[in-house]
Design a protein around this ligand. Structure first.
Ligand SMILES: Cc1cc2nc3c(=O)[nH]c(=O)nc-3n(C[C@H](O)[C@H](O)[C@H](O)COP(=O)(O)O)c2cc1C
Length: 265
């Protein structure tokens, strides 16, 4: 049962997931369901109240999701049957999130009432951006999100997956060795063009894992998870990866992703 109050926890790198969440909130609100929206990157999962339904929303990364999202999920409190639903966005395919997530949440005592994966435009170093194709994808994604929200309200949503295969892929994609040496290696190459840099600090404010320290110029430390925010939102493209040609993908304005409005309902 979805209930009449939802605490929705969302992380969105470049805005795709936020668009989906906003659509779902609109459908919930139209049906009289109250929703509080929180940013995963600014929430301590251990302090979450479990008396209301929990929603989780995040992008797919490396067939699963980012380590800091897993960290959030792994630290959610134990509960006795709190309903939880998830929605993720991806460019094409994820094999290692829906099953493994259900497993973790079930062990913690949550009632997994619905899972939905939604295709949205690619934000991972896109070589070109086709506005027409992207807007078609976004419209289809928003429609799917709206239908999913209705299914949740009507108790028709489900959370199925082949846990065995999904779990195997999770161990392959998300283990520390692969994450640090392969998946996250692009983060170590992120470079700043100091001559271009406006020293505006936007990259540091947007970084979900506080990996960017604003000194005279922004300085990247070693815990980048390549969420694409600093690369995508730099107003003058001063942040780049040497040897990689890519366009900046943004589905929303940077201010919509900042922590200026936590817990809005
Ligand atoms: C580092 C990274 C890895 C990604 N890996 C996948 C993937 O394995 N499968 C996929 O379909 N999309 C992948 N994507 C694409 C994003 O999941 C997709 O564009 C998503 O909608 C972005 O959402 P956001 O704007 O809320 O961050 C990846 C994106 C990034 C930045």
């Amino acid at each position: 049962m979805l209930g009449s109050d939802i605490n929705f926890f969302c992380y969105s790198g470049t805005g795709n997931t936020l668009l989906i969440v906003n659509k779902m909130i609109k459908i919930f609100s139209d049906q009289g369901i109250r929703v509080n929206l929180y940013q995963i990157e600014h929430t301590d999962p251990k302090k979450i109240a479990t008396g209301k339904t929990i929603g989780l929303a995040f992008p797919v990364a490396f067939q699963s999701t980012f380590p800091f999202i897993w960290n959030f999920i792994n630290n959610l409190p134990q509960t006795k049957g709190t309903p939880v639903f998830m929605v993720d966005t991806m460019m094409a395919f994820s094999g290692a999130i829906v099953g493994p997530l259900k497993r973790v949440l079930s062990v913690k005592g949550y009632d997994c009432i619905g899972a939905c994966e939604i295709v949205m435009p690619n934000n991972w170093l896109p070589k070109t951006i086709d506005e027409e194709k992207n807007s078609k994808k976004i419209n289809e994604g928003l429609e799917k999100a709206g239908n999913y929200a209705l299914e949740l309200i009507e108790g028709q949503a489900s959370w199925n997956r082949m846990p065995f295969l999904s779990q195997g892929l999770y161990h392959l994609c998300c283990n520390d060795f692969i994450m640090k040496r392969v998946n996250l290696s692009a983060g170590r190459k992120i470079t700043l063009n100091k001559e271009k840099c406006l020293k505006c600090g936007l990259c540091a404010r947007l970084c979900p894992v506080d990996n960017i320290e604003m000194k005279e110029y922004p300085v990247w430390h070693n815990s980048c998870e390549v969420c694409m925010r600093c690369l995508s939102f730099c107003p003058i493209k001063a942040v780049f990866i040497p040897g990689k040609e890519f366009k900046n993908y943004r589905a929303v304005k940077a201010k919509e992703l900042l922590n200026e409005n936590p817990g809005r309902s």
